[in-house]
Design a protein around this ligand. Sequence first.
Ligand code: 5GP
Ligand code: ZN
Length: 143
Amino acid sequence: MSHPTDSTCIFCKIVAGQIPCFKLLEDVDTIAFMDINPVNPGHALSVAKGHWPTVDVIPPDVLAAVARTAQKVAKAVISELEPNGVNLLQANGAGAGQSVPHLHVHIMPRRPNDGVALNWEYKPGDRAEIEAIYKKLKVALSS
Ligand code: 5GP
Ligand code: ZN
């Protein structure tokens, strides 16, 4: 798989070795390194080597490789840091909180009362609305 690059992208610069990082792992399609602004100690990133901004444009095999690398890092975080839990988070677009438009998965160790705001309240949805959206997506997925 050839890797598209964007010379203005911070993660492309890390992949190219132009900016240093604490590199955990590397394979043909992915790299994993420590996040520079950790939400908790041990926060790391599994990153595609190629510059694909979001989940809808990355080749599926590269997305799978990013997931495999994220799992390896998560296993090390779990065994070595013994967090209370781990969130894997992958943001797409500014509206989802993505600040670096180069696909990556966060490996986020969690600690009791760490104040990280990822949990949302369970509120029952409107059944008709759920069904209407389901039908729309089902058509898109069958075509
Ligand atoms: P996003 O907001 O796109 O989901 O996550 C981007 C992540 O990249 C943030 O958690 C941010 O701390 C991290 N980050 C941004 N610039 C750098 C950098 O130069 N080096 C490292 N290691 N992480 C970075
Ligand atoms: Zn990039």
